[in-house]
Design a protein around this ligand. Sequence first.
Ligand code: 13P
Length: 253
Amino acid sequence: MRKNIIAGNWKMNTTLPEGLALAKGLNEALKGKTPNCDVVIGTPFTHLASIAAAIDTTKIGVAAENCADQEKGAYTGEVSAAMVASTGAKYVILGHSERRAYYHETAEILKTKVGLALANGLTPIFCIGEVLEEREAGTHFEVVDGQIKDSLFELSPADFGKIVLAYEPVWAIGTGKTATSDQAEEMHAHIRATLAAKFGNQLADDCTILYGGSMNAGNAKELVSKPNVDGGLIGGASLSVENFMPIIEAFDK
Ligand code: 13P
């Protein structure tokens, strides 16, 4: 059975004291509760170790938002997958559209990052998604298939089984313009069929596929009610406990 996951992606927001307060607040809000999904927070590198030490990481997984495409050495300013893992983080968000667009991360670079993340015991949350022009041109399925094939299809089935996918249509990120639940479901079902053709039905069925893009307390329940939508990757609405908790609770019966 695949897992349901609600993951926050804080992006480049919060100072360390602010981030710590947010993480502790979420930890407090989850005390005595057993959500029907795994909860993850993706934080800046600078916050990982302090946050992992301050919260119950059996209840809230900690994610980095990136890692280097090199193992170690003379790469000034980079943070390796091993360093991320040593903080207590268990996940790493890779291939976010902001990193693809602003930092020129190619499919090849991402393939390397995924390999290093896995080698260091991290679970990659691998992001895919088309831009508006691609959706309007009707090439969105092809684009997303290409992103998956080019970075993940050389993985062994055992390694592929460790990947979480996040479908984030770029036109829905930070725009307040969420994909409809039908659009999300259509793409997620398509992705699952692509995975089944390569890795077989079982692995495809077991793969957690998150939706991301203007997900919030108001639309989360409808999105996760779809059979192929296994949770969300949430930006803006993950920056306060008040906005994030109801998204976690969208899985409550
Ligand atoms: P928003 O939820 O702010 O649209 O961001 C989505 C996202 O990019 C998560 O990775």
